[in-house]
Design a protein around this ligand. Structure first.
Ligand SMILES: NC(=O)c1ccc[n+]([C@@H]2O[C@H](COP(=O)([O-])OP(=O)(O)OC[C@H]3O[C@@H](n4cnc5c(N)ncnc54)[C@H](OP(=O)(O)O)[C@@H]3O)[C@@H](O)[C@H]2O)c1
Length: 255
């Protein structure tokens, strides 16, 4: 009996935003392990290059491109670089996001609001548009949006961030419905509490962590690597009939 090829990514080109650390790095490493050439992207090229070098040292294929997804011209330039280097893009993982406001919703200032919307909504949207056009030229591809459980149930003190994550879940359905005709699937991952720099304010503070864990049936935060398997499923042929969906990976929190 042969092992399944459903999770093979040989010959695929994948762009992962926010891949210099945390969940994005874990996703990038698993996609590379499955055979994809992974483009590691974030604002800081040196951090991206380090992750790419580690993948190459382990026998995988990877390169690095700096891209601030809140800057429109950098999104266009990134996709054009990928077009000229590879001629195609098979997989886009929209993962980089920001959460500058931690406090009551009434205290949200305009600059935090603007930054959160520009990165988490406009960035995901126009990265999907630019990547989607390249995918359409090549007969299809897969988009995976890293949203959050906060997009389903807003977390206290994280109002505008939660609102943008709800938008990402809706955006996932929009792209799924309108781009299926171009051979493009689009799905979302909804991580729960995951032990990364992003969540360090929660994970490292006992008075916040304890009540948070009480709401998680598995009783612990996730390791970033525990997000990657669901992403592999959603970007590979194993999920060829799945589009427009969002999968909670939250230790049972939303249950
Ligand atoms: N950790 C959690 O508990 C949790 C829960 C639910 C959802 N999520 C979601 O998971 C995703 C990844 O979060 P994480 O926890 O892995 O965070 P993280 O460890 O802080 O990593 C964030 C990554 O995004 C990059 N980045 C930040 N702002 C960027 C920008 N404007 N443009 C391009 N890259 C940018 C960072 O690198 P540079 O600094 O070099 O740009 C880094 O590579 C986010 O979408 C987040 O909302 C996380």
């Amino acid at each position: 009996m042969q092992k399944t090829q459903l999770f093979d990514l040989d010959g695929k080109v994948a762009l992962v935003t926010g891949a210099s650390r945390g969940i994005g790095e874990a996703i990038a490493k698993l996609l590379a392990q499955q055979g994809a050439h992974v483009i590691i992207s974030s604002r800081k090229i040196d951090d991206c290059q380090q992750v790419a070098d580690a993948i190459v040292a382990a026998g995988g294929k990877a390169s690095a491109i700096a891209c601030h997804i809140g800057e429109m011209e950098q999104i266009g330039a990134t996709i054009e670089t990928i077009r000229s280097q590879f001629g195609k893009l098979d997989i886009l993982v929209n993962n980089a996001a920001t959460n500058p406001h931690f406090g009551n919703v009434l205290d949200t200032d305009l600059s935090a609001f603007q930054k959160t919307v520009d990165v988490n909504i406009r960035g995901y949207f126009f990265m999907s548009v630019a990547a989607g056009k390249l995918m359409r030229e090549n007969g299809g591809g897969v988009i995976l949006n890293v949203a959050s459980v906060n997009g389903m149930v807003p977390a206290m003190m994280q109002g505008i961030y939660s609102i943008t994550k709800a938008a990402v879940i809706n955006m996932t359905k929009v792209f799924a419905k309108e781009c299926a005709q171009f051979g493009i699937r689009c799905n979302a991952l909804l991580p729960g509490l995951t032990d990364t720099k992003f969540a360090s304010a929660l994970v490292k503070n006992d008075s916040i962590l304890k009540p948070a864990l009480a709401r998680i049936p598995l009783g612990r935060p996730a390791d970033p690597s525990e997000m990657a398997g669901t992403v592999l499923y959603l970007v590979s042929d194993a999920s060829s009939y799945t589009t427009g969906t969002a999968i909670n990976v939250d230790g049972g929190m939303l249950a």
